[in-house]
Every structure is written in structure tokens, then in C-alpha cells.
Design a protein around this ligand. Sequence first.
Ligand SMILES: *[C@@H]1O[C@H](CO)[C@@H](O)[C@H](O)[C@H]1NC(C)=O
Ligand SMILES: *[C@@H]1O[C@H](CO)[C@@H](O)[C@H](O)[C@H]1NC(C)=O
Ligand SMILES: *[C@@H]1O[C@H](CO)[C@@H](O)[C@H](O)[C@H]1NC(C)=O
Ligand SMILES: *[C@@H]1O[C@H](CO)[C@@H](O)[C@H](O)[C@H]1NC(C)=O
Ligand SMILES: *[C@@H]1O[C@H](CO)[C@@H](O)[C@H](O)[C@H]1NC(C)=O
Ligand SMILES: *[C@@H]1O[C@H](CO)[C@@H](O)[C@H](O)[C@H]1NC(C)=O
Ligand SMILES: *[C@@H]1O[C@H](CO)[C@@H](O)[C@H](O)[C@H]1NC(C)=O
Ligand SMILES: *[C@@H]1O[C@H](CO)[C@@H](O)[C@H](O)[C@H]1NC(C)=O
Length: 596
Amino acid sequence: MGSPPLSLLFSLLLLLLLSVLTLPTSNAALHRAKLLTSEFSAVRRPSSPTTYFEVTRPIPLPKTKPCSTLVLRHDFGNTYSKPPVTALYEPPSHCPLHRPPSAVVLEWSAACRGRQFDRIFGVWLGGVELLRSCTAEPRATGIVWTVKKDVTRYSSLFAQPHTLAVYLGNLVDQTYTGVYHVNVSLHFFFDSSTPRRPPAAIPVPDFASPADLILPISRSLPLDGGLWFPVQNSSDFQKKELTVPANTYRAVLEVYVSFHQSDEFWYGNPPNDYILANNLTNLPGNGPFREVTLRLDGKVMGAVWPFTVIYTGGVNPLLWRPITGIGSFDLPSYDIEITPFLGKVLDGKPHEFGFGVTDALDTWYIDANLHLWLDSKSSCTAGNLIKYEAPEFTSSLISKFKGLDGRFKTTASRQISMTGWVKSSYGKITTHFFQRFDYENQMQFAGNGSIQVVKQTIDSNHGTYTKHPSSILYSEQVHQNFPLYMYTETTDQVNDTYSLVSNVTLGFNEKKFSGERFGFSFSSLRNLQNCQGNMGVKGNLVTGGSGSTQQEYRYESTGGCYFRNVSSSNYTILYDEIEESCAEASPLGAGLFFRW
Ligand SMILES: *[C@@H]1O[C@H](CO)[C@@H](O)[C@H](O)[C@H]1NC(C)=O
Ligand SMILES: *[C@@H]1O[C@H](CO)[C@@H](O)[C@H](O)[C@H]1NC(C)=O
Ligand SMILES: *[C@@H]1O[C@H](CO)[C@@H](O)[C@H](O)[C@H]1NC(C)=O
Ligand SMILES: *[C@@H]1O[C@H](CO)[C@@H](O)[C@H](O)[C@H]1NC(C)=O
Ligand SMILES: *[C@@H]1O[C@H](CO)[C@@H](O)[C@H](O)[C@H]1NC(C)=O
Ligand SMILES: *[C@@H]1O[C@H](CO)[C@@H](O)[C@H](O)[C@H]1NC(C)=O
Ligand SMILES: *[C@@H]1O[C@H](CO)[C@@H](O)[C@H](O)[C@H]1NC(C)=O
Ligand SMILES: *[C@@H]1O[C@H](CO)[C@@H](O)[C@H](O)[C@H]1NC(C)=O
């Protein structure tokens, strides 16, 4: 995974932070400034807009022509802290939405010109978040980009009218001139040739089908800002009461998370004893470990140890042009199977769903969608939680420093598991869900605090097993591994002007196994970026420099493969190799499933 030698492990931009603290926007970015790029002479300017992109595999779609609708068109100028932009979505009359589509794609396409920060944004339909994303930072000659997301899992929403809301907090003035011109479209695919599954001997739920109902756990319109809940510190617990229909037989909580300002680079935040000893009390601290904890009526029902998305202005903005950081255009959401808990919420009364973040600093934006499957043959189901274990996470910190230089090792781990049954017209189905997390962060400061090296790995496993008394109906196991290496070195600091060298290695690896009556599927994704950059900075403006990124994306599955090997430097693509076929992936871990 491109790990550097141990001797290179580890730093901090103390000088940088001292300068940043003098900026009026200081609380936006303590030790790493929010950075902007102006065009400088080393870069040859094109006459047409540059297309930015995130490397990802194409969405598998039926070969039919989609029926499409433009849901919203808007120019985002001064939208910061204003109400979200809304439009009424109505099922397009030219689409046969009386039957479920086989696929639905959300398309965000945007253009911008001038100078602008990276802006976080969200797209919600009926309060349900469909997309969390970050804008690309524009250039003088203009940029365009498109994000296509498979939103088939939200199908139940598209059959009814709903308010579409987009919050993208932008500020435009003489310096920050970029206005984001945006179109949001939906494409519906209907495929009559989809092979029907063989009828089951006993009626069983289709675990691959989208939920029948999705309840938003977000803030309600009208409001200013995004529909997400801001979480500002470790005691800030945000919650919402929901009533779950009495005939629910399955529930999955999907969580959206992004981190900003003092916690934008939480994985690089030093422990507080280092900060106190060096009188750096304005530096974002609390150490580099964060957990998003989900609670139902106060009880832990799951956790998210999030992927370290780096936004398009992060670390060195030149690294992300035109290849943007993994997940930055389509932030991952995290699924937690809460079916074992259903027995606690089927009483027709409101229950409290909430989130907090361990050691959070201002600000995390969090909301969730509750995906529910309803029993069409019965008006009420019943359930019970029969086993539940969610001990607190364990963590440790080894801290060794003298003055501004030192080494820190932070580790943490956590296990959550629960088993419960739900009785519906499908019979009494028992569901077991578990999560297992491991975390390690090694941080080093050298060169009297001018160098910071962070090496972090998050390992996360979760699985769901669902069975009738006699047989396993469905099982899924997901293993995610998020490696991160970040080297930053500040030199030539004079007042608010300095040079910065930054190398980043960022990986998103995932293996999934799932099995049901009809067979099993397996997929493996290895997605790795290696980036090297240097830049001159004055204030929060990048005045010169260069950035190079090499990315390898390898996806193999029982349904197909995709491989891309691409590199860019200073806005130019150096090579780009794409392969769309491969020998069919072998489910090496198949033995992992049918295990209770
Ligand atoms: C938005 O759609 C309009 C009308 O189709 C088109 O002229 C415009 O170029 C689109 N803008 C973007 C950013 O895609
Ligand atoms: C945490 O944030 C909440 C919400 O903004 C605020 O009410 C509370 O005072 C904060 N607590 C601390 C200890 O800062
Ligand atoms: C931090 O501040 C205290 C009190 O102002 C001072 O005694 C101490 O020497 C300072 N430490 C450093 C490392 O600057
Ligand atoms: C290290 O940095 C501190 C704070 O900027 C400064 O006071 C000290 O003199 C520096 N030490 C060396 C050896 O450069
Ligand atoms: C740094 O700032 C000081 C005080 O504002 C000023 O006197 C000095 O000329 C500046 N140095 C440089 C190299 O700009
Ligand atoms: C940073 O990347 C450059 C270019 O690949 C390389 O020469 C340098 O050794 C790297 N430094 C570190 C500390 O990773
Ligand atoms: C990018 O710019 C830097 C600095 O100007 C230069 O050293 C490097 O060769 C450039 N890379 C390419 C591929 O042009
Ligand atoms: C990606 O391309 C580069 C440059 O051609 C090459 O050195 C590297 O080996 C390739 N990686 C893979 C996995 O094919």
C-alpha cells in the first residue's frame, strides 16, 4: 500500500498554523489552512474548461434508453447560511414509474469559473439525503464536472412528489469569484428483460430489493443551511424522533458523515498534552481518533469509523486537479443493519434516533436515512432483541515528545453485535448483525514542528446473517480497509508566506461477500492514490507550485471487472489506461459466509 519506511513516519505545520491564526477565518482551519489556488505562470492555460473527475467504475445499467428529467437548475452564488435551494420533484409523466425502475441514476453536473473554495454540499429528496459531495475548485479558464450516482436504493421515493433540496454554502465577492452553475437530473431505466427469479417454495423476502419506505433522520425544512445536523463537540448529541410503521420487518440505517473546520483533518490532530505543553491552545487537538456513534433510545446500535475523505482544497489543492480525491465527489455512506432492534420500535410510538462523535471538534455534518421493508400481507409484525453486546471501544495512546518534536501512537478497537427476531408473514426470521473495528494512527513531528507525518489505518468489518428456523436466507460480510499516509513539511516561513511540501497516500479497499438462496456474489475493490505536491502559499492563497497524482483502481466481482490506471500532473493527464473486462473474480472468501 505504498507504505513509507518507518524512519519517515511522521510532523506539523506549526509555523503555518501561527500564520493561519492571524487570518480572519482562523477557526476554519487551524493547522491546515483552507487553501485556494490562483493561476500562476508555470501552468499553461487551456482555452476551454478543464474536466475534473473522480475515478470510479461505471454504474451497471440496462441497455435500454433511460427516461430522464432535469429536476433542478441553479446558479449558486451567495448561498452560505441561506435556506437550501428547492424544487418540486414530480414523477415525470413520460416515465412509467407506476412500476419499480430497474435502475435510477442521479446526475450532478456543474460548471464554474474564477476562484473559489471547495464547498461541501448535499442533495435531499423529501428530506432523505441522496448525495453528499464537495465542489471542485475552479480555475480562471473554467472547469466542469459530473457526478453520477446509483440511487436505485431510494426507488420508493421517486414514485411520489417530493421537495428536492440542495444546500451548497457558497460566498462570492471580489476575491472569491466562482459561481457554481448546476444541473441536477434523474435518469430512470426500465428493463423488461430482467430475468425473473425462480419462485420460492416458501415466501421469502427479497433482500436485494430497495426499501419500501425511507424515513429521513435529518433537519426539516424550512431552515437555513443544510438538512444535516451539525455536531460541534463530543457532548453535542443530535437526535430526532421517528415512528416506525408497525408492519416493518427489516430496517437498515444509512449514515452520511462529513467533517469540517477544526476536524477537517481530524486524523492529523495531535493529542492535547502536546498542545498544552507547547502552548498551542488554538491548534485543533483531541488527538486523531474519531467515532460516529449511532443510538436508538440512548442505546448504541452501531458505529461509523469514517473514511478520511480529503476535499478538493485539502492538504495541497494542486493534487486534486483534474483527478479528485477518493470519495470527494461522492462521499461514502455507511449502512447499519438494525433489524435485530425492531422489536423495540414496533409499538407505534416515537423513538429517538441520534448521533454523536467521540472527541469531535467543530464541525461534523451528520444525518441518516432509515430504510424500511414493510410486510404487505400484515398490518403488524412483532420482534424481540435476544442478544446484544456493545462494550465501549478500547483505546490507547503512547506519547513521547520534547518541545515541538515527538511521536504518538494511538490505537482503538470496538465490537458491536446483536441478534433479534422479527415475526412477519414471512415467518419468524432471526437476524444477527456485527461490527468490528480496528484503528491505528502513528504521528510524528520533526524539524522543530515543521514536519508532520501521519500514518493511519482503519479496518472495519461488518456482517449480517438472516435465517429461518431451518435455513440461512441471506448473509453479507463486508471488510473495509482505509490506509492513509500524509507527509507535510513547511519551509521558508516569513509572516504569512511559506512553502509546503506534501505527499499523500490514500486508499479505499473493500471486499464484499453476499449469499442468498439464488447464489452468492463477491466483489473486491482496491483504490489507491499516491500524490506529491509542493506549493508556495501567501495567506490562504496558493501562489505557485505543482501537484502530481497516480491512481490505481481495481474492481473485481462475480458480475464484472473494471481497472483504471491514471496519472495527472499540473492539470495534465500523463497516462490513462482503462480495462473493462477481466477473468471472472473468484470468491476466495466464500467459505466466510454460511457461518452464524
Ligand atoms: C444545464 O442544462 C442546460 C440546459 O440543458 C445546459 O444548457 C447547461 O449547459 C447545463 N449546465 C451544466 C453545468 O451542465
Ligand atoms: C457543545 O456544543 C453544543 C451545541 O453547540 C453546545 O450547546 C455546548 O455548550 C457545547 N459544549 C461544550 C462543552 O463546548
Ligand atoms: C507556556 O506558557 C507558560 C505560561 O505562559 C510558560 O511558563 C511556558 O514556558 C510556556 N511554554 C512554552 C513551551 O512556550
Ligand atoms: C523551535 O520553534 C520554537 C517556536 O517557534 C522556537 O521558539 C525555537 O527557538 C525553535 N527551536 C529551534 C532549535 O529552532
Ligand atoms: C513581516 O511583517 C512585519 C510586520 O508586519 C513587517 O515589518 C515585515 O516587513 C514583514 N516581512 C516581510 C518579509 O514581508
Ligand atoms: C515526497 O514525494 C517526492 C516525489 O515523489 C519524493 O521524492 C519524496 O521522497 C517524498 N517524500 C516523502 C517524505 O514521502
Ligand atoms: C509541473 O510543474 C512543476 C513545477 O513547475 C515541474 O517541475 C513539473 O515538471 C511539472 N510537471 C509536468 C508533468 O509538466
Ligand atoms: C500504471 O501505469 C504506470 C505507468 O505506465 C506503470 O508504471 C504501472 O506499473 C501501472 N500500474 C499497473 C497496476 O498496471
